[in-house]
Design a protein. Structure first.
Length: 272
């Protein structure tokens, strides 16, 4: 039986591990081929270990195990030319992109904040999302068969959480900014039958959240830790919970859903 995304190609940033890898696998299970991009290197202001080339290789292996094609590139979403080159090479190999998941992001939250955190998180989490859509947009329009774009925001994109450090403020500002981008793109691209939505997770069980640095940061401020509590009796959701929601958003089942902010947050935002 054919999958929901048979014959489609998805362009996914931050695909080496965590949510990005989960999305790549879930969409591949439904028949999509994948263009996977990740920095696979450390950013100085990020205290937890970031993804590695080995992580990206594992994503490739996981997708190929499903008998789907994948074109994987180490590229920085902050570098529009490099991202464009990665996208173009993927299209040359796999064909026109139908789905874009702007998922790459960092959370420079630590016990020893530095001013540079602000710029780094804005550059990756907001400008990087802008670059991701911009490099894909012309090809999707030219293809003439519509498409779906999902930008990964956060509960911090709909509520004033994240703490008072430069990284925390920048994270919340960037994730709110992603919603503005989404709403603008949803209007701009509607005439081309390209739908654009944001997804807003609560804490997700991924290496970006589950590490000693992040746990120490959250425990250092009891008020912040309390603010992260979900309504449903789970501390965190799993990456596949986001992937399943994204699968719906990019599928024909959601063919008239555009311009929405979709929380997958175990009731977190409803408590506020």
């Amino acid at each position: 039986m054919a999958g929901q995304l048979e014959g489609k190609v998805a362009f996914i940033t931050g695909a080496a591990r965590g949510q990005g890898r989960s999305h790549a696998i879930r969409l591949a299970q439904e028949g999509a081929d994948i263009i996977a991009v990740d920095l696979c290197a450390q950013i100085d202001t990020v205290a937890y270990p970031m993804a590695t080339p080995d992580d990206l290789a594992e994503t490739v292996r996981s997708v190929e195990e499903l008998d789907r094609r994948i074109h994987a590139v180490e590229a920085d979403v902050r570098d529009r030319d490099a991202l464009q080159a990665a996208f173009d090479a993927g299209v040359a190999e796999l064909g026109r992109v139908d789905i874009v998941l702007a998922n790459a992001g960092i959370a420079p939250l630590s016990m020893n904040p530095v001013p540079e955190e602000w710029q780094d998180v804005i550059d990756v989490n907001l400008t990087g999302v802008y670059h991701t859509v911009e490099v894909a947009k012309p090809s999707m329009i030219e293809g003439g068969r519509g498409g779906a774009i999902v930008l990964t925001s956060s509960t911090a994109g709909l509520a004033g959480i994240g703490g008072s450090t430069p990284g925390g403020l920048g994270y919340t500002a960037a994730k709110h900014g992603v919603v503005g981008l989404m709403r603008s793109y949803a209007n701009q691209l509607a005439e081309h039958s390209i739908r654009v939505n944001t997804i807003h997770p609560t804490g997700v069980n991924t290496p970006m959240v589950v590490n000693d640095v992040m746990q120490e940061f959250l425990q250092s401020d009891p008020q912040l830790g309390q603010a992260m509590a979900n309504a449903l009796p789970v501390d965190m959701i799993e990456a596949v919970d986001l992937s399943n929601a994204i699968l719906w958003l990019v599928s024909d089942a959601a063919r008239y859903v555009t311009g929405v902010t979709l929380p997958v947050d175990a009731g977190f935002l409803n408590k506020r």
